[in-house]
Design a protein around this ligand. Structure first.
Ligand SMILES: Cc1cc2nc3c(=O)[nH]c(=O)nc-3n(C[C@H](O)[C@H](O)[C@H](O)COP(=O)(O)O)c2cc1C
Length: 182
C-alpha cells in the first residue's frame, strides 16, 4: 500500500520519553516526545526533535539542561495530561499527579515514576524543517531497581517501555528475543 511521504512517521514505532526542563525561575515543565534517538556513544549524545513553539525549547534555550524520563506503561494513561498545552510555568508534573525527584547532574527534576532517566546538557541544536533537533550530552543516566538485567540490558518485560505509533496509538507490551550475532 502506498502512503503519502508525510505519513512516514507512522511507520516508525518510537520510544516515548517525557522531557523535564525548568524555567529561569526554576519552575518545572514536562512534555512527551517520541521523535528521539541515540546520536553518539562516545561522547554519549542523545537527540530529540522539538517544535520551536514548545515551552521545552524555551527552557532549554534559557539554561541548556533537560532530563529524558523514559516512559513505561504506567505513564500511558497520563499522556493526554502531559501533552496538554498549559500556560508557561504551569507544572505538568503536578497536573499529572506525578512525583519529582532531584537529578544528580542537572537542575531540572526527574520524574520518579519513569523507568529510567538520562540527564543532559545541551550540546548543539539545529533547525530542520518545522522542528529543532536538540542534542544533549548525557552527564548521568540510571534505571529503576529491578528493571536492569545481569547481561547489562533493560528488562523490557518488567519495565514495559511505552512506544508511540501515531495520535492516540501506542505499543505497551514488548517481548525480548535474542538473535545470534556475527
Ligand atoms: C506520545 C507523544 C509524543 C510526542 N512527540 C513529540 C515530538 O517528538 N516532538 C514535538 O515537538 N512534540 C511532540 N509531542 C507533542 C508535545 O508533547 C506537546 O505539544 C506538549 O504540549 C509540548 O509541551 P511544552 O510546550 O510544555 O514543551 C508529542 C506528544 C505525545 C503525546
Amino acid at each position: 500500500m502506498e502512503l503519502e511521504g508525510k505519513e512516514y512517521p507512522k511507520l516508525l514505532v518510537r520510544p516515548v520519553v517525557v522531557i523535564t526542563t525548568i524555567s529561569e525561575r526554576g519552575i518545572p515543565n514536562a512534555a512527551p516526545f517520541s521523535a528521539n534517538s541515540l546520536v553518539s556513544f562516545e561522547p554519549p549524545l542523545y537527540g530529540f526533535s522539538c517544535s520551536p513553539a514548545h515551552d521545552t525549547w524555551k527552557n532549554i534555550r534559557e539554561n541548556g539542561e533537560f532530563v529524558v524520563n523514559i516512559a513505561g506503561k504506567d505513564l500511558g494513561e497520563l499522556m493526554h495530561v502531559l501533552e496538554t498545552d498549559y500556560p508557561y510555568e504551569d507544572n505538568e508534573i503536578e497536573h499529572a499527579g506525578l512525583r519529582e525527584e532531584n537529578a544528580k547532574a542537572v537542575n531540572p527534576p526527574r520524574i520518579k515514576e519513569a523507568i529510567a532517566w538520562i540527564e543532559c546538557k545541551l550540546e548543539k541544536y539545529v533547525e530542520l524543517g518545522d522542528h529543532i533537533w536538540i542534542t544533549g550530552r548525557a552527564l548521568a543516566a540510571g534505571v529503576k531497581d529491578g528493571f536492569w538485567k545481569e547481561e547489562g540490558v533493560l528488562d523490557v518485560e518488567k519495565a514495559r517501555p511505552l512506544c508511540h505509533i501515531a495520535r492516540e496509538f501506542f505499543v505497551e507490551d514488548m517481548k525480548e528475543k535474542k538473535y545470534k550475532r556475527a
